[in-house]
Design a protein around this ligand. Structure first.
Ligand code: ADP
Ligand code: MG
Length: 587
């Protein structure tokens, strides 16, 4: 074939592929246009998962009659003129591609009336061609209807997922914008049934109740900059209490300046903030608004603008991580309270619910709040939880009295607020972990304890690794020296471990070295420390004396985060006096 320039309509269809991948992308673009037009109310109607019809109605500024047809031309936009405008962009759109792309692969009508116009305009565009334009009466705003999506692009149609999947996708688009714009009223109806709606009262927590349900929202902690501070990167939103988690990262939702973004590294920042407070394969629910200067973020990376580029990615990463961490720790991690035997017996910690301190801040009036308040009051937690940002450490464990041991695994204890079951291994892991981290933080070489040196036989490969990592090992508190052809001699182990199980701790370190994990890198270091503590901690199945149990509880009480082991499993379960009374039918 000879080289020829593509016709306008073929070029448009090809380009449309980037912007309009599926019905949900049409919904996204139309909602963004409505938001850019300052709409206060946005209604979305969908039929057949968006293939048959997508109609978005807004009460925004509308489009003047003479500009209406231009809106469908490629690279036609009212939002930007010079490339420098990108640095102080206030709108979601700027590429001038969406309407052109949508109109090239669907039958589109637009009914719009500009704020200053007496009468509206009706327009019909099909496969990119303007077929009709006339004056028509309509309220201020714009109604855009997209019918028969991909009617002229059968290849695209084939790639669409089931109607149900498309409906879900559309719904999550709506939910995301509703979160980012709580002061705008949104509604979505699919096949004539209202499936999602918000009030537009400006309260994010209310939107989250519509999105996740009340029960989850009650377990979310608010995030905002400390009072009186105006950081250049400000983080607002909600994040889950450590006891609330999911098996996917999909519940972490991020916005930058009102734009939903996908960013693996920032997801990681959120997850990292829960280190040691949540099981490692579990993920929090979080909705974060990152607010920063538009000049610091490049949104022109991707046609759908789902990814952005930060001028200073590390600064954003640490701002997010710090904000989430502060919210999580500020909440005093909440004493897990046993709420019934029925919920998921194989994962007991899922039956735990943290009394949400967030509640007051979220202005949620629920009957539940009374019950939770009572739990806090009787749960032995301090009467006045420290204010957010306060340096005073929340004391979340009451003094407990040892009653006995069950199955050589759990310590039974009591306090005025009821009964406590403590997982001795998990609790000890937490204690060792914090001891170790404290010693590490002070970097006291004296924290190393020289033992009676002992020898271990190791394969030559490991011997080489030990030689390569001598310094890192020393930093962790291990002094291990090659000793002959296939032996090492251990001269010192970290003090916290020496009294427990030094050879297992060494074996753990060596196993990690063997599996290719570097010892020195700090993230991996924490990982390693957890493994060491696990190895050194008292085991389940070990019978403990009264004094040993008592010591363990005293030490646990002194921990900063006594409620979970370093791997995020709970250390204790509380059955409140009220719960006991209820189970025995006393109330
Ligand atoms: P962009 O949003 O990138 O500017 P679009 O193709 O989405 O490009 O829209 C083209 C133009 O049409 C917009 O710049 C805006 O001026 C106008 N427009 C589109 N939708 C609306 C709407 N709902 N209300 C008011 N104006 C709109
Ligand atoms: Mg647009």
């Amino acid at each position: 074939m000879p080289i020829r320039i593509l016709s306008e309509s073929v070029a448009a269809q090809i380009a449309a592929g980037e912007v309009v991948e599926r019905p949900a992308s049409v919904v996204k673009e139309l909602i963004e246009n409505a938001l850019d037009a300052q709409a206060r109310s946005i209604r979305v109607e969908v039929q057949g998962g968006g293939r048959k019809l997508i109609r978005v109605s807004d009460d925004g500024c509308g489009i003047p009659a003479e500009e209406a047809p231009i809106a469908f031309a490629r690279h036609a936009t009212s939002k930007l003129q010079r490339i420098e405008d990108l640095d102080h962009l206030q709108t979601l759109g700027f590429r001038g591609e969406a309407l052109a792309s949508i109109a090239s692969v669907a039958r589109v009508t637009m009914l719009t009336r500009h704020v200053e116009a007496q009468v509206g305009t009706f327009l019909r565009v099909e496969g990119g061609r303007l077929l009709e334009q006339r004056a028509e009466g309509t309220p201020q705003g714009t109604i855009l209807s997209v019918e028969d999506l991909f009617f002229n692009a059968p290849a695209r149609l084939k790639f669409l997922k089931s109607e149900l999947t498309e409906r879900r996708q559309i719904e999550s688009v709506l939910m995301r914008y509703a979160m980012a714009y709580p002061d705008v009223r949104f509604s979505l109806s699919q096949d004539g049934r209202l499936s999602f709606a918000t009030s537009g009262n400006g309260n994010l927590a209310d939107v989250l109740v519509e999105t996740f349900g009340l029960e989850i929202v009650q377990q979310l902690l608010p995030i905002q900059p400390p009072e009186g501070e105006h950081p250049p990167i400000a983080i607002y939103g909600y994040t889950s209490a450590p006891t609330l988690h999911r098996n996917t990262r999909a519940y972490i939702t991020l916005f930058v300046n009102g734009r939903h973004i996908q960013d693996t590294s920032l997801n990681h920042a959120v997850v990292q903030a829960y280190r040691t407070l949540m099981p490692e394969d579990r993920y929090p629910i979080a909705v974060l608004m990152i607010v920063m200067s538009p000049a610091e973020v490049d949104v022109n990376v991707h046609p759908t603008k789902a990814e952005v580029r930060f001028r200073a990615p590390e600064a954003v990463f640490s701002a997010v991580q710090r904000a989430v961490r502060r919210a999580v720790l500020g909440a005093g991690s909440g004493l897990p309270t046993f709420t019934g035997f029925s919920a998921e017996p194989d994962q007991p910690w899922r039956a735990l619910s943290a009394p949400p301190k967030a509640q007051a801040a979220m202005r949620l009036n629920t009957e539940d709040s009374g019950r939770h308040t009572q739990q806090i009051a009787t749960g032995g937690a301090p009467d006045s939880l420290p204010e957010e940002g306060s340096t005073q450490r929340p004391r979340s464990l009451p003094p407990m009295r040892v009653v006995g041991q069950v199955a050589a695994t759990y310590i039974v204890a009591e306090a005025p607020a009821g009964l406590y079951l403590i997982d001795q291994h998990a609790a000890h892991e937490r204690i060792l972990y914090e001891e170790y981290m404290r010693a590490q933080a002070q970097r006291k070489p004296s924290a190393q304890r020289t033992l009676q040196p002992f020898s271990l036989s190791v394969p030559p490969a490991i011997l080489r690794l030990i030689e390569e990592n001598t310094e890192s090992l020393r930093a962790l508190g291990f002094e291990i020296e090659p000793f002959g052809a296939n032996m090492v001699r251990v001269h010192a182990v970290p003090a916290v471990l020496s009294k427990h199980n030094p050879s297992e701790a060494v074996a753990e370190v060596l196993a990690d070295l063997e599996s290719g994990r570097a010892v020195g890198e700090s993230a991996l270091e924490a990982q390693l420390i957890k493994r060491i503590c696990k190895a050194a901690a008292v085991k389940a199945g070990q019978i403990l004396s009264y004094t040993e149990m008592n010591d363990l509880l005293r030490q646990l009480e002194r921990c900063e985060h006594p409620l979970s082991c370093p791997h995020g499993r709970p250390t204790l379960i509380h059955i409140s006096a009220a719960q006991l009374a209820k189970e025995f039918g006393r109330t």
